[in-house]
Write a protein that binds this ligand. Structure first.
Ligand SMILES: [Zn+2]
Length: 317
């Protein structure tokens, strides 16, 4: 059994938000294609994402938020059966179809199952190829293509259910992980380090840093080398001082220079470098434990290549 897990589920492909939407099922196909063509799939342990329970998801979300999503899904089901519209919108860019609720449960389930497997020592680290993404989902609000915050949930799960005292979240998506910040900012057991284009959607990330919140806003057109320098200077000392027992990654690949949803200039080698640096911290302090979850990344070719680079670093191949 390979020490790097790859969690996914076909239900995650069935969630879609309408023709032409960038957060589309083909994103997962692009990743799968790249893993097959490169032979990297042979170096990974493929695992089915289980369904999360609502009770588990309450570690990161309010009961009303989860009930509202489930209710929206149920009423959409009835409307579709009656010949009504196929989508229920929660914001102009974010909608559910009849399969979305199951995809949400699989995404959250993947993040927690990956945490369990890594904590049990069955895997050293794991990547969750899941959608919808999660890092804009706040405790009580769905937004920005996100409904439930997979990474924040897994971090809460690690401290609440596995008893870890310190875990870190690293977010390198081009957009600020406002939802993750909303859920973990007041939890001193969770350090969040992030780097993102600013000013930009979702127009947060301007809060002053705290002992457990390291926000690194960068202007549009910043290139990979500059991002690496900022990570080296602003993330690494904080991660090393915090000594996390486990690291979670919000792995968004929309800061790639070919991605039209952002204007940063990262390339595959930058994702490999960031992953290696996080692995170094994990090796020193966390028994190598890393759980990474897919967030953004909308240029299909660049997404496939970037996930391959990320996974090669995680799996040492
Ligand atoms: Zn993004």
């Amino acid at each position: 059994m390979s020490k790097t897990g790859y969690f996914t589920h076909r239900d995650c492909r069935k969630h879609e938000m309408g023709p032409g939407h960038p957060e589309c099922p083909e994103r997962l196909d692009a990743i799968e294609d790249r893993l097959l063509v490169s032979g990297l799939d042979l170096a990974l342990t493929r695992l089915e994402a289980p369904l999360a329970s609502v009770e588990e998801m309450e570690l990161a979300h309010g009961r009303m938020h989860l009930a509202a999503l489930r209710g929206l899904s149920a009423s959409l089901q009835e409307e579709v059966e009656a010949g009504g519209p196929s989508y229920a919108h929660v914001d102009p860019d974010t909608a559910m179809n009849v399969h979305s609720w199951n995809a949400i449960l699989r995404g959250a389930g993947a993040a927690m199952a990956a945490t369990d497997a890594v904590m049990a020592g069955e895997l050293e680290n794991a990547f969750c190829a899941i959608r919808p993404p999660g890092h804009h989902a706040c405790r009580d609000k769905a937004m920005g293509f996100c409904f439930v915050n997979n990474v924040a949930l897994a971090a809460k799960y690690a401290v609440e259910r596995h008893g870890l005292k310190r875990v870190a979240i690293a977010d390198f998506d081009v957009h600020h992980g406002n939802g993750t910040e909303d859920i973990v900012a007041d939890d001193e057991r969770i350090l969040m380090v992030s780097i993102y284009q600013h000013p930009f959607y979702p127009h947060g990330g301007a809060r002053p840093d705290t002992d457990t919140m390291v926000n690194v806003p960068v202007p549009a057109y910043t290139k990979g080398m500059a991002v690496r320098e900022l990570i080296e200077v602003l993330w690494m000392p904080r991660l090393e001082a915090f000594k996390p027992e486990m690291i979670f990654i919000s792995a968004g690949f929309d800061a790639h220079r070919e991605d039209d949803l952002g204007q940063l200039g990262l390339v595959e080698a930058d994702y490999a470098w960031i992953t290696e640096r996080l692995k170094g911290v994990a090796r020193r302090f966390s028994k190598g434990r890393i759980v990474s979850c897919l967030e953004g990344g909308y240029n299909l070719s660049a997404l496939g290549r970037s996930v391959e680079a990320h996974l090669r670093a995680l799996a040492d191949v």
